[in-house]
Every structure is written in C-alpha cells, then in structure tokens.
Design a protein around this ligand. Structure first.
Ligand code: AMP
Length: 283
C-alpha cells in the first residue's frame, strides 16, 4: 500500500492504478472498524483497486462538536487497510485539502433539510464539499459508503446526480449495509467514547428500533410506535433524542403512516455527551 499526503503524489499513484483496472474510493475519517473494512472488501469484491481516504473533515463538524476529540489512529488504520489489500491510502492534512483562500461550499437542499441536517447545521454542506473534492481528486470509477449514514448517502447521490458527475457516476455510488456489534449496536468510531455502562445502554437503540418497526408492521400507528421508542431510549439512560422518525427512504421526508414507498426509521440520540445514529428499513 502506498500512502500519499499531497495531491501531486495522489494523482501519480492513481494514474498508475487506473492502468490496471477500475478504481474504487472508500472515504473515511479513520479510527477504522469492521464497518469501514467491509466497504473495502465490497470494493475489492467488485474487482476494483481501492483508494481509501482518511481525513477528519473540519467543515462537517459544528463549533461545539467533537472535532478535537475525534479519535485519530493513523498507524493502526494504515496497518488495517494494508492488510485488506488497499492500494493507496490518501491522507491529506487540512492545509492540503483546504489551502489558504478556499471559498467554495456545496449545499444540497431537500434531502439534507431534516434529521441530521436539522440537528447539525452545516454538517451536510461540509460532507458534500469534501466528498465532491475527494471525487475530483481521485476520479474513481466507483465509490462506497455505509448505509449507517443513510442521509449522507442520499445527499451524496443527490449531489452526483445534480452535478452530472462522471467519476463516479451516481449509479456507481454503492451503499453497504450497516455492520453491527454482536448485540446489534451499529459500529461507529464514536462508540469508543462510551463508558462501560453507556455501552450497555447503547444496545437499547437497535433493540427499541426493531420493536418499533415490528409494531408499525403489525398495525400500530406510527406516532404511537415512535412514542414507545422514545420512552424506551430515555428509560435506558439516553439523555436526549435529536430525532426518531419514519421517513421516505429516498426523499427523507417524514411520513406519518406506512404506504407504497420504501420507508426507513431514522434515529439520533445522545448517551451522555455521545451522539449515536442508526437507521433501519421498514419491512
Ligand atoms: P466515517 O469514518 O464515520 O466518516 O465513515 C466512513 C464510511 O464508513 C461512511 O461511508 C460510513 O457510512 C461508513 N460506515 C461507518 N460505520 C459503518 C458501519 N457500522 N457499517 C457500514 N458502514 C459504516
């Protein structure tokens, strides 16, 4: 695996990779776990050479969020990616990604309006801007993202469609199902912020979400199922709930009753100072 920190060396590395076949991009913020590594495996299973990026993107963190505390483990991450057969690790610093005078912002409206877009103002602008840059830097044939961040995936697909991106084309942006711990908790770099007690309580999130989905599928009104879900989370020790809603899986518009369109249950809730998100399909 070749690790590159400047755009010039990235371009050279990707150029020689491209000569050998399709190139896949797996963007990450590091502190890697099996969820990230599954994206790499999925890319390789699609016959691509993998460029993985590690960049803790300041533009997607709010002023009172965990940018400084966000775990950074470059040596360990580099070993894990190398073992997975990643060809190039793209690890720019902030000045390489956002040189002096950087002034452009990509803002995707609609799909980013609710949920994390509402509770983390500016977050998806930061995501769309950095992902668009990563796409242009690497010009991958395909890119892989986790369904763990369902709204993020929708924002990126919308951007790729709206800006007529070719590298990658919107149809070559793949979502990979959420990888979970044995007790159902979605893997996340932020799980390591949890104390032992909080980690135990965290497992209530997927359990309560599954119960709510089963209730809705069984005919319980959505509002009642969501009220029980919220009550279960608060009873388990969650301190607050940013949102817990059923939404149209594609438009991310909240829906009050299941209907013809695929629906997704989306939740963000806080355990102490740690914010956890999860989402699951209805049916
Ligand atoms: P992050 O490092 O949190 O920005 O995540 C990098 C990529 O890994 C994103 O596309 C995430 O959606 C994806 N990802 C994070 N956690 C998981 C998980 N538990 N299962 C699958 N993909 C994940």
């Amino acid at each position: 695996m070749q690790t590159v920190n400047t755009l010039g060396t990235l371009r050279e590395a990707v150029e020689s990779l491209r000569a050998t076949g399709p190139v896949a991009l797996v963007p990450t913020m590091g502190a890697l776990h099996q969820g990230h590594l599954t994206l790499v495996r999925e890319a390789r299973a699609r016959g691509a050479q993998v460029v993985a990026s590690i960049f803790v993107n300041p533009r997607q963190f709010g002023p009172n969020e965990d940018l400084d505390a966000y775990p950074r483990r470059m040596a360990e991450d580099s070993r894990l990616l190398s073992e997975e057969g990643v060809a190039v690790l793209w690890a720019p610093d902030v000045a390489e990604m956002y040189p002096q005078g950087f002034s452009t912002n990509i803002s995707v409206t609609g799909v980013s309006d609710n949920f994390c877009g509402a509770s983390r103002p500016g977050h998806f602008d930061g995501v769309a801007t950095v992902v668009c840059k990563l796409f242009n830097q690497v010009r991958p044939d395909l890119a892989l993202f986790g369904e763990k961040d369902w709204q993020q995936l929708a924002v990126i697909r919308r951007m790729a469609r709206d800006l007529d991106l070719s590298y990658p084309h919107v149809d070559a942006i793949y979502g990979v199902p959420t990888v979970r711990e044995a007790d159902g908790l979605a893997m996340s770099s932020r799980n390591q912020y949890l104390s032992a007690e909080e980690r135990q309580a965290a497992a209530t999130l997927p359990t309560a979400m599954r119960a709510a989905l089963a209730a809705i599928a069984g005919g319980t009104p959505v509002a009642d199922a969501l009220a029980s879900l919220r009550a279960s989370l608060l009873a388990a020790g969650f301190s607050s709930i940013d949102y817990a809603d059923l939404a149209d899986a594609a438009s991310l518009e909240p829906i009050a009753a299941p209907g013809a369109v695929p629906a997704r249950l989306l939740v963000a809730a806080r355990l102490g100072s740690t914010r956890l998100i999860d989402n699951m399909p209805l049916g």
